[in-house]
Design a protein around this ligand. Structure first.
Ligand code: MEV
Length: 423
C-alpha cells in the first residue's frame, strides 16, 4: 500500500507499530525497542553514574523516496511539526522522483599537533618523505578495518606559522573507516603513530584526535519539486517557488539568517542521527564548520529553478555517521531504526539523512515564505501548553483547540480555562 494512502498519523500507536512491522519486517523485539527505547540497565553500561534514561518522542516520517527506494525514516525529536514537515515535503519531492543522494568515501581526518621543532618546514618534508612508511604502519593498527577494505589513505602536513606559541606542525591522517563513525579507530591510529612521528621530526606530538570537520566524508542530496505541487491555499505555485528561492538567498548572504536556516536543516538531520544512535554533536560541529569553510558562515543548502520552472534544491554537508559500533549497536531502538530503514551501509544512512535535512529545510522555507511558521506550529505547541497546564486525556485536544481558536496559546490562559472547566 503506498504510504500516502494509509494516513499513518490517524492510526493509534499500536496500529502504527503493526503497520511498520508488516511494512519493514520488524519483529516483536524491534517493536518493543521502538516503543520503549533503552532500559536503565542498558544505560548503566553506556555512561558513568547512570540513574535512568531520558526519553524523546520517536516518530516515523513518511513518503521518502531516496535513490528510487521507498524508505520509512525514524526521527527522534521533541519539536512539533518536524516529522510532519519532513513527510509533507517528501511527498512533494516524490512527485518529482524523490531524492537523488550520494555519499563520498567514508574518509575521516585524524590530527596530530607536533611541537618543539627546530625547523618546522624541514620536519614537514621529512614526514612527507616517510609517507609510505607511516601509511604502512597505520594500516596494521586495525586488522578488522583492513579486512573490510578500510584503513589509511593519505597523509597531509601543514606548518602553522605565528600562532600564540610560535610555529608548529599539523599532520592529518586520512583514514577510511568504512561503516564506523570512526572516532575510536582514528584516535587509536593517531596515538599509535606518535613514536614514529616524533622519531622522524625530532619534535613532540601533542594533541592527537580526529577532526569533526569531516569534509572528506560528505553526503549530498538533491530534489526537484514539480511547479504545480507548490501551490496551496491562496498561494500560487510560482509565488511559493520564488519565495523559497528568495528565502534561500537571504541565508546565502547573511550569517544571522544562515544560522537559523541551517538549524532548520539540522532539525531533520539530528532527528535521524539521534534515532540511529549516532553522535549528533559531531554532526552539528561538522555542519557548522563546513558552512563557514570559505571564511564566512553561509547556507548549507541551495535552492533554484530548472528550465521548466520547477523548484530545485540541493544539500551537501559532512556526514560522519556509522552503522556499526558505539550506540548504533548497543541501543535497541537504534538497531530497530536501522532495520526499519533497511540500511546496508553507513553511506546509505548518510544519503537518507541529507535527504531528510533538505526536506526539512524546504518545509521551513515554504512556510516562512508564505503563511509564516506559527500557524503550523501552533496546533501541536498548543497541545504541549495544554499538557503543561495540567490537561489530561481528551481534555488535551479540546483545550489545545480552544487555545488556538482564541489565538492565546499560553500556559496562564490554559490554566484559567482548566480552572473554569473543573469548577
Ligand atoms: C525552527 O526550529 C526552524 C526554523 O527556524 C528554520 C528556518 O527558519 O529556516 C523554522
Amino acid at each position: 500500500m503506498p504510504a500516502e494512502k494509509i494516513k499513518f498519523y490517524n492510526l493509534s500507536i499500536p496500529e502504527r507499530l503493526d503497520w511498520l512491522a508488516e511494512k519493514a519486517g520488524l519483529d516483536a523485539a524491534d517493536l518493543d525497542a521502538l516503543r520503549g527505547g533503552l532500559t536503565a540497565d542498558q544505560a548503566d553500561h553506556m555512561i558513568e553514574n547512570a540513574v535512568g534514561v531520558f526519553g524523546l518522542p520517536l516518530g516515523v516520517a513518511q513518503n521518502f523516496v531516496v535513490n528510487g527506494r521507498e524508505v520509512l525514516v525514524p526521527m527522534a525529536i521533541e519539536e512539533p511539526s518536524v516529522v510532519a514537515g519532513a513527510s509533507f515535503m517528501a511527498r512533494l519531492a516524490r512527485a518529482g522522483g524523490g531524492f537523488s543522494a550520494s555519499a563520498s568515501a567514508p574518509e575521516m581526518i585524524g590530527q596530530m599537533q607536533i611541537l618543539d621543532l627546530d625547523d618546522p618546514h624541514a620536519a614537514r618534508l621529512k614526514l612527507l618523505e616517510q609517507r609510505e612508511r607511516l601509511l604502512a604502519e597505520a594500516g596494521e593498527i586495525d586488522p578488522v578495518l583492513k579486512r573490510l577494505g578500510g584503513g589509511p589513505r593519505d597523509i597531509e602536513v601543514r606548518v602553522i606559522e605565528d600562532s600564540p606559541i610560535g610555529s608548529f606542525l599539523v599532520l592529518h591522517l586520512i583514514y577510511d573507516v568504512r561503516d564506523a563513525m570512526g572516532a575510536n579507530a582514528v584516535n587509536t591510529a593517531m596515538e599509535r603513530l606518535t613514536p614514529s612521528v616524533e622519531h622522524i621530526t625530532g619534535g613532540r606530538a601533542h594533541l592527537r584526535i580526529l577532526s569533526n570537520l569531516a569534509d572528506r566524508r560528505t553526503a549530498r542530496a538533491r530534489c526537484t519539486i514539480p511547479l504545480p505541487e507548490l501551490a496551496f491555499g491562496d498561494f500560487p505555485a510560482g509565488q511559493v517557488r520564488d519565495g523559497v528561492i528568495a528565502a534561500w538567498a537571504f541565508a546565502a548572504a547573511d550569517p544571522y539568517r544562515a544560522a537559523t536556516h541551517n538549524k532548520g536543516i539540522m532539525n531533520g538531520v539530528d532527528a535521524v542521527v539521534i534515532a540511529t544512535g549516532n553522535d549528533w554533536r559531531a554532526i552539528e560541529a561538522g555542519a557548522h564548520a563546513y558552512a563557514a569553510r570559505e571564511g564566512r558562515y553561509t547556507s548549507l543548502s541551495t535552492w533554484g529553478m530548472d528550465r521548466d520552472g520547477n523548484l530545485t534544491g540541493s544539500l551537501e554537508m559532512p556526514m560522519a555517521v556509522g552503522t556499526v559500533g558505539g550506540a548504533t549497536r548497543v541501543h535497541p531502538a537504534a538497531r530497530a531504526a536501522l532495520k526499519l530503514m533497511g540500511i546496508q551501509s553507513a553511506g546509505q544512512l548518510a544519503e537518507i539523512i541529507v535527504s531528510v535535512g533538505l526536506a526539512q529545510n524546504l518545509a521551513a522555507l515554504r512556510a516562512l515564505a508564505t503563511e509564516g511558521i506559527q500557524r503550523g506550529h501552533m496546533g501541536l505547541h498548543a497541545r504541549q501548553v495544554a499538557i503543561a497546564a495540567g490537561a489530561e486525556g481528551e481534555e488535551i485536544n479540546r483545550l489545545a483547540d480552544q487555545l488556538v481558536a482564541e489565538k492565546a496559546v499560553r500556559v496562564d490562559r490554559a490554566e484559567e480555562i482548566l480552572r473554569e472547566w473543573h469548577s
